[in-house]
Design a protein around this ligand. Structure first.
Ligand code: WQD
Length: 338
């Protein structure tokens, strides 16, 4: 079985390629390398023993997307990660985000239809829920107005996929990620933020390794037990394995609707301070941090109701917060050549 993984040299994409290859899938990665390194292809090969095929391609260009599908007949399904994903940047550069994220998806769906490829797994985000009214949040929760163009591209993408599936053979599984952190146990792949990261885990590990002076904790006055915001952190390998289960579900015809939606989290909410304490406990490294004002656009607390994914996919996150923070640290140390 041949799977096209767009964005497959990215953080979640690369971990998913590893899990696909472990299950015997042949993988073709299409990525424009705008936010990842070509070295990831070799490193995936070092982990699995099979170097995936790689095509450097900008999916927002119609002709290059057509050319890609013409050169790879016999694709069985697509997992679509390729998108710009920096929330803050999307506020400043909305057209860059709408054009890239949505035109890429539309080009992809058009080529899938032309080539009779029916199944797509789409990388969505819990950001579509905004601040949920009820916690834990389940897949039936209302979609809130997106707080950023990035979040809006995820909402619009879900709608585009749903509308196309109503009038074509397209089947989709939309995976709404909570907060992916951590890295593969080999420390050969991990989160590789080009430029200044904004996500918590890479900021923690870069502070601990000395690339940054301290971690700013955005907000200590939330209505939470310790005043810092709460998220549902999930190990990236757990997340990757869910993608393999989702693609197999459709390929084996086990999906029950043309479009299925699953929350991928652990079901446990941890505060920023919980993550800091876990990091210090597992790595024995003292973290320099200070409390600052809240960050614009942040929600107070969100964690997943994972019942539907557990039941329907037979999938449940296995790794706890300590494995996540330790694996993130091992990756940062590897990046520093330690
Ligand atoms: C987590 C918590 C911050 C950095 C975003 C996107 C989501 C997905 C994951 C792409 C928050 C706090 C962070 C720092 C801090 N991205 N924090 N100091 O905002 O929950 O989710 O990334 O798919 O779609 O919205 O993740 O890691 O940025 O923040 O205190 O230097 O850590 O305020 O409470 P977030 P995050």
């Amino acid at each position: 079985m041949k799977i096209l993984v767009t964005g497959g040299t990215g953080y979640i994409g690369s971990h998913t390629v590893v899990e696909l290859q472990k299950k015997g899938f042949e993988v073709i990665i299409a990525d424009n390398l705008s936010n990842s390194s070509i070295d990831v292809v070799d490193n995936i090969g070092r982990i699995t023993g099979v170097k995936p095929l790689f095509e450097k391609i900008d999916l927002s260009k119609e002709e290059t997307t057509q050319d890609l599908f013409n050169r790879y007949p016999g694709l069985n399904a697509v997992i679509h990660f390729a998108a710009f994903k920096a929330v803050g940047e999307s506020v400043m550069l909305p057209l860059k985000y709408y054009r890239n994220n949505l035109v890429s998806l539309m080009n992809l769906l058009r080529e899938m239809e032309t080539h009779g490829i029916r199944d797509i797994v789409f990388s969505s985000s819990c950001t579509v829920y905004g601040q949920p009214d009820v916690l834990p949040v389940n897949e039936a929760a209302p979609i809130k107005k997106a707080a950023s163009p990035y979040g809006n591209t995820k909402q619009i993408a879900e709608e585009i996929i749903t509308d196309v599936s109503k009038v074509t053979a397209l089947q989709a599984i939309l995976l709404r990620y909570f907060n992916p952190i951590g890295a593969h146990e080999s420390a050969l792949i991990g989160e590789l933020p080009l430029g200044m990261p904004s996500n918590l885990m890479p900021v923690i590990t870069q502070t601990a390794i000395g690339k940054r002076e301290f971690l700013n904790v955005w907000g200590k006055d939330y209505n939470t037990p310790d005043g810092t915001a709460i998220r549902d952190y999930i190990h990236v390998v757990d997340l990757a394995q869910a993608h393999v289960i989702a693609i197999e579900r459709m390929l084996e015809g086990k999906n029950k609707q043309n479009v299925e939606i699953f929350n991928l989290g652990t079901g446990i909410g941890y505060s920023v301070l919980d993550v800091i304490k876990s990091f210090e406990r597992t790595t024995k490294v003292k973290l320099a941090y200070r409390f600052m004002e809240r960050r614009l656009g942040d929600v107070e607390e969100v964690w997943a109701d994972t019942e539907f994914a557990n039941q329907e996919l037979g999938w449940k996150a296995q790794q706890g917060l300590d494995e996540m923070t330790l694996s993130a640290w091992n990756w940062e140390r590897k990046l520093a050549g330690m």
